[in-house]
Design a binder for this molecule. Sequence first.
Ligand code: NAD
Ligand code: DAU
Length: 350
Amino acid sequence: MKRILVTGGAGFIGSNFLHLLLQGEGDFQVFNLDRLTYAGNLLNLCSVEDDPRYRFIEGDICDQKLVTEIFQSQEIDTVVHFAAESHVDRSIMGPGEFIQTNVVGTFTLLEAARQMWPEGKGRFIHISTDEVYGSLGEIGLFSEATAYDPRSPYSASKASSDHLASAYFHTYGLQVIITNCSNNYGPYQFPEKLIPLIIQNALSGKALPVYGDGMNIRDWLYVEDHAKALLRVLEAGEFGETYNIGGNNERTNLDVVHTICDLLDEMTEPLEAGGNRRDLIQFVKDRPGHDRRYAIDATKIKNELGWDPSVDFAQGIRNTIQWYLDQDEWTKAVLDGSYRDYYSKMYEGR
Ligand code: NAD
Ligand code: DAU
């Protein structure tokens, strides 16, 4: 029986991954180690919390004593490492937490795995981002061979953690696999990120902040497809390899915002003040060091592990909007005082 440690499972992608994992009938025990930062939310896990194969542990991945104790007492043989500070704008406001969690936290987990696992045992899946590759021009795609060129404190901290994970494979033979994925969207995403932020603001008739000229491009992937890719990596990924994961779905930010506005106009009551939601768009000061374009070449994971995205953007964005429309309790809990403080620091007078 596999004994899996998931880190950051109360966040957006981690909770979607746990839902999928626990929908399966496999013989495993899974432990979710999460510090419950502003981005971690146990409401994301209501549907799995009673599954006897699942246990939540509140704690910090940087806490070496706790991490070692979990490895020992639970005989962990698999790590799926999501926990991170994940928002680029927050990393610009304050990089310290990003270095701590993303670099020191990853090191702490790798070190525990190295100490605990005999050679040839264990597997460590390190979840990372396409932002480590920097910014693309008008053409080209990121492949697994693209050189690292991170530009924000967030992406630099993730690049550092990738390098550590890779070094543990080469130096100590730790059975590591790294995945680098493009922008995710879908249920349970914290509304600091573009898509849920625009949905929430557009629902309440607030301004829709678009950075710069709105022509930056991201490659959007529905979060369930990311979770499915990670399950394939867990089942069949090769140690020491990197897999790029992407949606083959490049869109400008302005196009994404227009799509959300039009769908909300169609799916909900008209705005009290009249007009349509596109009228709420406001171009605001650009993000410093804003990467222009990301796009992933996912040929390797398609050919080697048989993974392809299955939800197209038209369907995925509709599901996502519907999910947020249905989530009163979740939304109230998430849009609390700390979110309002963050929002005013980030957007007022921008
Ligand atoms: P998120 O911010 O929604 O969730 C992060 C989770 O980690 C939260 O539950 C938080 O409580 C937990 N956490 C943070 N610091 C911790 C610590 N020190 N100890 C224990 N738990 C801690 O993040 P997400 O969007 O779900 O991203 C998950 C992972 O996927 C990250 O590693 C991120 O870099 C990577 N990634 C994200 C995207 C994306 O589009 N969101 C794309 C590619 C890769
Ligand atoms: O590419 C993968 C990465 O995608 C992940 O590693 C990160 O964890 C995740 O946060 C995401 O990073 P981005 O910076 O691309 O995502 P974000 O949702 O913050 O922004 C998407 C684009 O929208 C980006 O070009 C900035 C722009 N934007 C964002 C916000 C929050 C706006 O124009 N206005 C906004 O208010």
